[in-house]
Design a protein around this ligand. Structure first.
Ligand SMILES: Cc1ncc(C[n+]2csc(CCOP(=O)(O)OP(=O)(O)O)c2C)c(N)n1
Length: 534
């Protein structure tokens, strides 16, 4: 190549070097010169209908693939529109790279009323990003990108926001495009040998150990299963870790931390091994009380701050989850078969006790949970919004593989997540994806259905239609607050789907679900399957 590459071209080159294949974004006048860098880069650009959709898609893409999701946004409204989705990703530690424009360097902080000007945009995003940076010189881009990817790939992830002043996109850079290479990603830290020796000793001697896994243990499923088998420890999963250990495994107690019987068992354990988890309130069903651990607590996390979050550990190991569980599994000696059988029996008893707690008050929804288990392929990915049926699938629908459960029902808990996140998930994975959304949540990001149609995604979208914000309506009823703001006029979702070029059908019996999903998975277009909620 003879002429000097521009900063925008180098950016595209570096993204490809960092294995990025798809970016989600909406262009604007500020990013025209950014987009001049796209042709020839072989990056695929997906265009949502709202920037919130772009960031939710990037989030779903990241959760399903384990690779960072990438957005291109304009300054000001582009960034603030994406803020909610970035904050959900921050809350759930999802790797996301947001590249936004910002006004010219000479205008920064000047409040001149320029188009899209957001005074102190960098301050706005700093609150929900693990790192925020304003590029001031084009030559620094490779260093900035290297730092961004080290953070995304080698530490506790979350959104990284790099804002690029519009005068820098066309700025010439030195050398040829081929000169720009990715930095090697860091080898993640293994646990210190003394810590492993202590943990091994405690776990080996434990009579009633328990393992708790959070979203940070996403890649540690196999090693966690081995550890649990070696010491006959029941494994409980946070909602972010659902499926990390196959929920059919006899030692897996599922994502049931919010039930009294499990809580009691965890609190009574003589050793608790908690890996990659905040021990957060939302997985304890808003009981707002921290665990009262009576035994020893061992915590493993890549982020030192998490090691003391919500509970003080007796042993804190700052290391990669999979690496350290592997170290533990190699150090531990296999327990006796009789202990394993005893633990398995206990887990099965606990699950049936949970089931009694599950059913109360939502008996009518359980046939739908069972139907959905039948409808969802074994390797399928379930993407859920904050809707009543999802609160039941969270606990009562077993999943079998890591990265099978993509949900916004914990942590930040925003509505509108599931449709765009399921699109992102499907764009990053060969696995079947099924979305589950309430009629209220769907309306937040409905426009993104157009993207699923454009991309010809075979995506069943289950809409739990109870004509309103059902969960809040129930809470109002329970609190004897007169219903206000919770009863909604819903559109004809089937007709709406068709107007987008999607398919649509309406069902009201659980027995109809498996067929409806199977048919939807065969189509080259999304299908809205509207469920008339009982
Ligand atoms: C952005 C946002 N606004 C408001 C809420 C509060 N909220 C939580 S659940 C819910 C009801 C959702 O209704 P719908 O999606 O129809 O599901 P349903 O509860 O009826 O099953 C609301 C309003 C929220 N979680 N996020």
């Amino acid at each position: 190549m003879s002429s000097a590459p521009t900063c925008a071209q180098v950016l595209m080159r570096l993204l490809r070097e960092y294995q990025v294949e798809k970016v989600f974004g909406i262009p604007g006048v500020h990013t025209i010169e950014l987009y001049r860098g796209l042709p020839g880069s072989d990056l695929m650009h997906i265009t949502p209908r709202h920037e919130q959709g772009a960031a939710f898609m990037a989030d779903g893409y990241a959760r399903a693939s384990g690779k960072p999701g990438v957005c291109f946004l304009i300054t000001g409204p582009g960034l603030t529109n994406a803020a909610t989705a970035m904050a959900q990703a921050y809350s759930d530690s999802i790797p996301m790279l947001v590249i936004s424009a910002v006004n010219r360097r000479e205008d920064l902080g000047m409040g001149r009323g320029r188009l899209h000007e957001l005074p102190r945009q960098s301050d706005a995003s700093r609150g929900f990003c693990i790192w925020q940076h304003t590029l001031t010189q084009a030559e620094q881009l490779p260093e900035v990108m290297a730092r961004a990817f080290q953070l995304l790939l080698s530490s506790r992830p979350g959104p990284v926001h790099i804002e690029i002043p519009i005068d820098l996109f066309p700025a010439p850079m030195s050398g040829n495009l081929d000169d720009y290479r990715a930095a090697p990603s860091a080898m993640v830290p293994a646990a210190n040998a003394t810590a492993i020796a202590t943990a091994t000793q405690w776990l080996q001697a434990a009579e009633r150990p328990v393992i708790l896994l959070g979203g940070g243990a996403q890649s540690a499923g196999e090693a966690a299963t081995q550890v649990s088998e070696k010491i006959a420890a029941p494994v409980f999963l946070s909602l972010a870790a659902k499926g990390v250990v196959d929920e059919r495994h006899p030692l897996c107690g599922g994502a049931n931390l919010s039930f009294d019987c499990v809580r009691e068992r965890v609190e009574a354990a003589d050793v608790v091994l908690a890996v990659g988890t905040e021990l957060s309130e939302t997985d304890r069903n808003l009981v707002r009380e921290d665990y009262a651990f009576s035994g020893k607590l061992i915590r493993i996390d890549i982020d030192p701050a998490q090691l003391v979050c919500n509970a003080q550990p007796d042993l804190a190991i700052c290391a990669d989850a999979a690496e350290s569980l592997q170290q533990l599994s190699e150090a531990l000696v296999q327990c006796e078969e009789s202990s394993k059988l005893r633990a398995e029996k206990e887990v099965s008893q606990l699950i049936s006790n949970c089931r009694k707690e599950w059913w109360e008050g939502s008996e009518e929804r359980f046939p739908w949970v069972e139907a959905l288990r039948e409808a969802l392929p074994n390797e399928g990915i379930l993407v859920t919004d904050s809707t009543q049926l999802a609160y039941n699938t969270n606990h009562a629908l077993p999943l079998y593989h890591p990265r099978s459960h993509i949900t916004c029902t914990t942590g930040y808990g925003t509505l509108g997540f599931a449709l765009p996140a399921s699109i992102g998930a499907k764009l990053s994975s060969e696995r079947d994806v099924v979305a589950l959304i309430g009629d209220g949540g769907l309306m937040f990001t409905l426009g993104e259905l157009a993207v699923a149609v454009e991309q010809q995604l075979p995506l069943p979208i289950l809409v739990w239609n109870n004509s309103g914000y059902g969960e809040i309506r129930d809470f109002m009823d329970a609190a004897e607050v007169p219903q206000e703001g919770v009863n909604l006029r819903t559109p004809d979702f089937v007709a709406l789907a068709k107007s987008f070029g999607a398919e649509g059908c309406r069902i009201d019996k659980p027995q109809q679900l498996a067929m409806a999903v199977a048919e939807a998975l065969q189509r080259k277009t999304p299908t809205i399957i509207e469920i008339t909620a009982p």
